[in-house]
Design a protein around this ligand. Structure first.
Ligand code: CTP
Ligand code: CA
Length: 227
């Protein structure tokens, strides 16, 4: 529409997006993951490329279409994602963490298959992962925009606002994962965009349309200079 020139709006901006689940290996046959498919994050990355940004996408997902201009960094675990993101974060103008990062990971990878006959209760011990987004918020360079997602099944807006504050974000995309049409794997979404002073409920539309609406809201944030 009108004042939105599609090719140029994010020209020259370095954008980092994370998408999809992480995969935490337990032993040679088992892993811990979650229901995220990466569709929302890929839509955000693809839209950023259409708007002219230099896009880096950090993801474990390999089966979704990705704009050929995007640099894809393939990772597995939350720790891999942490390293890939923190190595690149300083030079980024905008970071959007759409990934569903595992909160728990095995205390140690077991190089041999855990056997039923062994002490299997002893074998399954999980520890907390590092919060990547919170780390980024604590070290946010001047002028960088940091956007997180909040996957909530209850008290969606309240919980999302807590994450905005706790992680020092410029915007949080609140996603109600209890609903069939806004949760994992489906092609539609209906999110609420929350900033310190504002809250905007977006309509139920495709994830591609949601991605464009999220970018319009980011571009309208006070910090960003648009050419
Ligand atoms: N996130 C992250 N690193 C983690 C966990 C979460 O970067 N180890 C990011 C996600 O990518 C997302 C945001 O934090 O952008 C919120 O994730 P969510 O799972 O909704 O919240 P948590 O802070 O993990 O809290 P909880 O799962 O207890 O609701
Ligand atoms: Ca979590």
């Amino acid at each position: 529409d009108g004042f939105f020139s599609k090719e140029q709006t994010l020209a020259g901006k370095n954008v980092l997006v994370t998408a999809g689940p992480t995969i935490e290996a337990i032993d040679p046959v088992r892993f811990l993951t979650n229901r995220s498919t990466g569709k929302m994050g890929f839509a955000i990355a693809n839209e950023a490329a259409s708007l002219g940004a230099n896009v880096t996408l950090v993801t474990s997902v390999k089966n979704l279409a990705v704009d050929e201009r995007i640099e894809v960094i393939t990772i597995q675990s939350a720790e891999d994602m942490y390293k890939a993101v923190t190595q690149r974060s300083e030079t980024m103008d905008i970071i959007i963490k759409a990934a569903a990062v595992a909160d728990y990971t095995p205390d140690a990878y077991r190089p041999h298959k855990i056997k039923k006959s062994n002490d299997d209760k002893e074998a399954f011990h999980f520890i907390r992962t590092t919060d990547i987004l919170k780390t980024l918020g604590q070290n946010k360079p001047q002028g960088q925009l940091l956007i997180g997602f909040a996957a909530e099944s209850q008290d969606v807006e309240k919980n999302a606002r807590l994450k905005l504050e706790d992680k020092n974000l410029d915007m949080v995309v609140a996603n109600d994962i209890s609903r069939q049409d806004t949760g994992f794997g489906v092609d539609t979404n209906q999110v609420t965009l929350i900033t310190a002073n504002d809250m905007k409920k977006l309509p139920l539309v495709t994830k591609e349309e949601t991605a464009l609406l999220i970018w319009k809201a980011i571009i309208a944030l006070p910090l960003i200079e648009v050419k």
